[in-house]
Design a protein around this ligand. Structure first.
Ligand code: F6R
Length: 248
């Protein structure tokens, strides 16, 4: 895996935001849309902050951008504090000029019987938009990407999954107690993510050092889904000095 290390998470985030901005602008010059796969959680917040700054101060427009988010808790109301749809509006969409109809996020409040169809349509919509130009990823302590927990297959598609116990512990503070963390989520599959032309995996802080070592240097295994990234032709792993501490 191609790894780039920055002194701080902020510097790393700026580099990621500038890469996205240059692809967006390049597509604008070609008169084409740019399809971005987006992540939530603490990791991409500073990337989104830099994109907002580029929009406000350097004229970066998102008129040609189509987005697909990786995942959403299920069930969850869109207005819940912890919902990823709310996160995305708060940290990015409310502050840029992306057309509303270009935004796609798995729906955490559809009836259970509609989930399968929703997921099939989500993958089909990514394909018909031309496929993901870039997919942003964070990584969980279980080695999940999106919410593809251990046991997820390389060819998995968008679906309802059961969250790992470790993931629910990590989300407990957001939900004011583990018992309030949803037990399931809708996530793009590994196969969905793998169709992206480029994947950018980001990790900051010492808490990610162990899982980054396994992801970059470990053997490829379903029990650490992020290790599958070793088989994708165009992955950039972007780290700060703390998250790369265990690499040899
Ligand atoms: C979020 C997502 C998750 C997170 C991961 C890391 O959309 O897909 O895989 O990227 O759980 O979360 P943070 O960034 O909060 O450490």
């Amino acid at each position: 895996l191609h790894t780039t290390i920055y002194p701080t998470a902020d510097q790393a985030s700026q580099a990621v935001a500038h890469e996205l901005a240059s692809i967006i602008r390049q597509r604008q010059a070609e008169g084409r849309n740019c399809v971005l796969g987006l992540a939530t959680g603490s990791t991409p917040k500073s990337v989104y902050a830099e994109l907002i700054r580029l929009h406000r101060e350097e004229g970066l427009s998102f008129y040609n951008v189509i987005t697909f988010n990786l995942d959403e808790y299920y069930p969850i109301s869109w207005s819940a504090l912890q919902s990823y749809v709310r996160f995305m509006w708060e940290y990015l969409f409310d502050h840029i000029d992306i057309p509303k109809e270009n935004i796609n996020i798995p729906n955490g409040s559809i009836p259970k019987e509609e989930i399968d169809t929703f997921c099939k349509n989500y993958d089909a919509k990514i394909d018909s938009a031309g496929g993901l130009d870039v997919q942003l990823l964070g990584i969980g302590r279980t080695g999940h990407i999106g919410f593809n927990e251990p046991g997820s297959r390389l060819d998995s598609t968008t679906r309802l999954i059961t969250l790992d116990h470790v993931t629910r512990i990590d989300a407990a503070s957001d939900f004011f107690g583990e018992e309030h963390v949803p037990r399931t989520a809708i996530t793009m599959g590994i196969g969905t993510i793998f169709k992206a032309k480029r994947i950018i995996l980001m990790a900051w802080g010492e808490g990610k050092a162990q899982i980054i070592k396994k992801t970059v240097e470990g053997k490829i295994t379903e029990s650490i889904p992020a290790t599958f990234l070793q088989t994708h032709p165009n992955v950039g792993v972007i780290l700060d000095t703390a998250s790369c501490a265990e690499l040899t």
